[in-house]
Design a protein around this ligand. Structure first.
Ligand SMILES: Cc1cc2nc3c(=O)[nH]c(=O)nc-3n(C[C@H](O)[C@H](O)[C@H](O)COP(=O)(O)OP(=O)(O)OC[C@H]3O[C@@H](n4cnc5c(N)ncnc54)[C@H](O)[C@@H]3O)c2cc1C
Length: 357
């Protein structure tokens, strides 16, 4: 049974089933109410029921007392609608409203999806959830203040586990650890969410999403978020790799258009192997996207992957495709700052050494 919920002061509306929490229903429909644990413990989702009835579920009495319930307060992560409702809750309007947190996370599951791609599922401590926007990333914190950035591959409403798609960087310390020594149940520390790579929901323009390799991770999160919100904007997803094995979740991408008419999915290989028997599109992924959409003046573009691909896409989409530059959004998978600093130091000492020769 569905109930109509209106939020004050924003005057937004959404539908809530009797079986889901008010928070779940709001997130499912793309409304960002604040939350923390999603378990009735932390109180971050506390708000007021101005009219109508809720069942409080497992809200803990020390977080929501009887007196507070009587005064109309509720924890929206636990409360379920029992009638149409008018609620008072702050809505997160900008990235600045989302708290950046440092948390331990247990490695729940490791899945080798390709020879050089590991799917990592992380579990936060009981009573902890990370609020984020689909497309954002977290930093994995390493000893000596080092950190490595990885995009969250799951949509926020599906946050029982955090998913990362980690490519083994040749010579890379952390990714070598992931592939060679990390085990299920190991504990990592992460900090996030970070970044401004997320779908701009205020626009109605069709969306071009271009991913290379593990750049698919945040694109997947965005698409899954759009699906769960019932977003009907046309989305054209292009996912590129060198060979077939690089498209490590190909079946998932191929399932999107069969289930959702507004979604298109085009896999692209730049160097298919003979054994791949590749019948699909070939070439550089952003060029294939442009061949299909030569006029991007009415689009928004979201691009993710290697710095070279992102730079080429930005240049070509804007100059040749006439994409307004403010409609280009990207996350470029740069190496970590400490690695770059080390390379710059090495390069500088190499230059000094060669000048002294
Ligand atoms: C916002 C963001 C999100 C990201 N998300 C993901 C993701 O979801 N999945 C993913 O797989 N990766 C992602 N990355 C990239 C990932 O953070 C890096 O690949 C990371 O540095 C790898 O860590 P590492 O310790 O294994 O390698 P590092 O120790 O950082 O570097 C490995 C080696 O690469 C070489 N190297 C480093 N920098 C350069 C350079 N500039 N030019 C040439 N060679 C270089 C060096 O040989 C170095 O030893 C993301 C990056 C950013 C900025």
């Amino acid at each position: 049974m569905g109930f109509q919920v209106s939020i004050q002061p924003s005057q937004q509306h959404f539908q809530a089933d009797a079986t889901e929490s008010i928070l779940e229903a709001a997130l499912r429909q793309g409304l960002s109410l604040p939350y923390g644990c999603r378990d009735g413990v932390c109180g971050s989702c506390r708000g007021k029921v101005l009219s109508g009835h809720v069942e409080h579920g497992k809200a803990q009495p020390d977080v929501l007392s009887e007196a507070e319930r009587a005064a109309g307060f509720a924890l929206f992560c636990c409360a379920r609608a029992r009638s149409d409702l008018c609620i008072e809750s702050r809505e997160l309007r900008s990235l600045a409203d989302i708290p950046v947190r440092t948390l331990p996370a247990r490695v729940q599951k490791l899945t080798r999806a390709a020879p050089d791609v590991m799917l990592v599922e992380l579990k936060l401590p009981a009573n902890e959830r990370l609020q984020f926007l689909a497309g954002q990333y977290v930093d994995i914190l390493l000893p000596q203040g080092k950190r490595r950035a990885f995009s969250l591959a799951n949509a926020p409403q599906d946050d029982a586990f955090l998913q990362l798609h980690i490519r083994h960087t040749p010579g890379g310390k952390f990714t070598a650890h992931v592939f060679n020594t990390m085990k299920e149940r190991d504990i990592l520390r992460l900090c996030g969410p970070h970044g401004s790579f997320f779908l701009r929901s205020e626009s109605a323009k069709p969306i071009l999403l271009v991913a290379a390799g593990t750049g698919f991770a945040p694109i997947k999160a965005m698409v899954q978020q759009a699906i769960s919100e019932g977003n009907k904007r046309s989305m054209y997803v292009y996912w590129g790799g060198r060979a077939r094995a690089d498209l490590y979740l190909l079946q998932l991408g191929e399932s999107w258009p069969t289930e959702h008419a507004q979604l298109n999915f085009v896999p692209v290989l730049s160097e298919p192997l003979a054994d791949d028997n590749w019948q699909g599109r070939s070439g550089l992924v952003h060029q294939v996207a442009m061949a299909d959409h030569p006029d991007l003046s009415g689009f928004q573009a979201y691009v993710c992957g290697s710095p070279a691909m992102v730079a080429a896409a930005r240049r070509d989409f804007v100059t040749r495709g006439r994409l307004p530059v403010e409609e280009f959004f990207a996350d470029s998978f740069d190496f970590a700052a400490d690695t770059l600093a080390a390379i710059e130091t090495l390069t500088a000492s190499h230059i000094r050494a060669s000048q002294n020769e």
